[in-house]
Design a protein around this ligand. Structure first.
Ligand code: 4UV
Length: 544
């Protein structure tokens, strides 16, 4: 076969034709393009039933933008959205975009040190949150102070979201360049600590268009769809695939603050949810949890699994529960804007597709599989590192040229750190991960972050954190620890003490599930932790 080959590089392209993408306008202009036609249609519904039409959503976003402008937010400034899924999350995101400013989304369950790191790195000037999280916000040095806005009753020294949204004024004219940053999620990428990922107006418009635009959209969302938003909007998967794609299409987003099985099923039934964006544990719950039998889920027509590998032996169980729905996968990564591949099973004119692979490379993009040692590109059915190129990928990491150069090569290819192959049907299978990242139910856990914390313990000399397979979460972080030999309380450093030490400092999904004490961490000649050797010491488990 000589499909899609050029002379030296095997490039994989979508079977869907490229489409023209108007990605030189601001993201909010693109996303609200249909506003005049759909302003009366429901855009957001909360779990308690409050509804905001497209007109309401646009107005609330504008009003908040005016308030932020009055508070001194200007083009290029960063605001932190420290909120669960809520209308205010959506308004804040759009307000920043309308000002040419930038939103950096963060998990409201983060501990104070975790929030502080993102605040410092992003230099956010405003934090939007709930009163109960305000105690975790520590002011920075003089030049880096921030103001706090709460969506509920503001505590001392904080302002209220509704008061800021009712300020008088006009939205300023701003000149937005397509390559200006619009959002700054944090991701550890293939190595090291979490870094700010610069996503621009151009990159996000491109990726939304690649997903839902064109005659035959890869993901066939329709205006009448009700899309479940139970995954957190502070992570790129829901931000892109739920919020941005739904709003481009003009469908309704059902916002759930947190996951609770019964509440979720009730809402699906009540609002006749038709599209569900899920991570593997949620797909598992929908397929296997007996309480799902008690509800009418027949309105659901598409379920996407992404964020982590899916065990495909649940297909039968899923199909018996929801015979009319199609379950397929997509592969995304914060740095790639995020969608890399998506199943053709979701297309308007669907093509034959399988559940196990993550789909086919999206349109208007190029994908290659390379030999990680030589860098040469590989053809069909050969394992290698997945690389993606196109206008959707990140501009780079914030203030980190070195990490950017390591992630995106001179020819513009983003190296994902995922290992896989493309089969004869052009579908991509993910087989392994070259990178360090651990995925707990789709959430990122960066080993380097936990290793840094472990090493700050006076009785720990060296440490390495690796993933251990887990039936429920997919993977959990476990640590190999070398106790310090010159410390008097040698015997006091127990497994529980180390676990507690970490648990106090991190959000729940980064907690260590096991500590293995060893004499020495295996390292390469240049001092890199030999993670494969450590993983080999852990109990193995089959993904499928
Ligand atoms: O950076 P990140 O946390 O980003 C994500 C984004 C996921 C998606 C999925 C579908 C979408 O439509 C969308 O908009 C966003 O998870 O983590 C990136 C890494 O997670 C693993 C893989 O190692 C990525 O490099 N991963 C993501 N999706 C899958 C996956 C998958 N379907 N199967 C296996 N691994």
């Amino acid at each position: 076969k000589t499909k899609n080959l050029n002379q030296t590089t095997h490039i994989f392209k979508s079977k869907l034709p490229d489409i023209p993408i108007n990605n030189t306008i601001p993201l909010h202009t693109y996303s609200f393009q249909k506003l005049p036609q759909i302003s009366h249609r429901p855009c957001l519904i909360t779990s308690s039933g409050e509804t905001y039409t497209y007109g309401d959503t646009h107005r609330a976003s504008r009003n908040f933008a005016v308030g932020l402008f009055n508070l001194g937010i200007r083009k290029g400034d960063v605001i932190m959205i420290l909120l669960p899924n809520s209308p205010e999350f959506v308004f804040s995101f759009w307000a920043a975009s309308m000002l040419g400013a930038v939103s950096t989304p963060a998990n409201p369950s983060y501990t104070s040190p975790e929030i502080t790191k993102q605040l410092k790195a992003s230099k956010a000037k405003i934090v939007i949150t709930h009163a109960m999280h305000v105690h975790k916000l520590k002011q920075q040095e003089e030049e880096n102070t921030f103001k706090v806005i709460t969506v509920d009753n503001p505590p001392e020294n904080c302002m209220s979201f509704s008061a800021i949204s009712s300020m008088e004024g006009k939205l300023p004219e701003v000149n937005i360049d397509p390559d200006d940053m619009v959002t700054l999620p944090f991701s550890s990428g293939t190595t090291g600590l979490p870094k700010g990922v610069i996503l621009t107006h151009r990159s996000l418009i491109t990726n939304v268009a690649q997903t839902v635009d064109g005659e035959n959209p890869n993901f066939n969302m329709k205006e009448e769809d009700v899309v479940l938003c139970v995954l957190p909007l502070f992570h790129i998967y829901a931000l892109h695939c739920v919020m941005l794609c739904s709003m481009r299409v003009g469908c309704t987003v059902l916002l759930m603050e947190k996951f609770e099985m019964r509440a979720m099923l009730e809402l699906v039934e009540k609002h006749k949810v038709s599209v569900v964006m899920a991570v593997p544990p949620l797909v598992m719950a929908l397929s296997k949890n007996p309480i799902a039998e008690e509800y009418d889920l027949s309105s659901v027509r598409m379920v996407m699994s992404g964020g982590a590998p899916l065990k495909t032996n649940i297909e039968e169980a899923f199909c018996s529960r929801m015979p009319k729905a199609i379950l397929r996968q997509a592969l995304g990564m914060t740095e790639s804007g995020p969608v890399i591949t998506m199943s053709f099973g979701f297309a308007k004119h669907p093509m034959a597709s399988k559940l196990e692979p993550c789909g086919t490379v999206i349109r208007n993009a190029e994908m290659k599989i390379i030999d990680p040692l030589t860098g040469s590109s590989l053809s069909y059915n050969t394992l290698g590192e997945i690389c993606i190129r196109g206008q959707q990928i990140m501009k780079g990491y914030l203030n980190d040229e070195r990490a950017t150069a390591e992630a995106i090569d001179e020819e513009g290819w983003l190296h994902t750190g995922d290992i896989g192959y493309v089969d004869n049907d052009d579908e991509l299978f993910i087989v392994d991960r070259l990178k360090e990242i651990i995925k707990f139910k789709g959430y990122q856990v960066a080993p380097a972050e936990l290793e840094g914390l472990l090493m700050s313990h006076p009785s720990i000399e060296d440490a390495a954190v690796v993933p251990q397979k887990d039936d429920v979460a997919g993977e959990v972080p476990v640590a190999f620890v070398v106790r310090s030999s010159n410390n008097g309380d040698f015997n006091l450093v127990t497994e529980d003490a180390v676990k507690d030490f970490i648990a106090k400092q991190v959000v729940f999904y980064k907690r260590l599930h096991r500590i293995v004490f060893i004499d020495k961490i295996p390292k390469s000649a240049i001092g890199k932790i030999l993670r494969k050797e450590l993983k080999a010491k852990l109990p193995s488990y089959q993904v499928n």
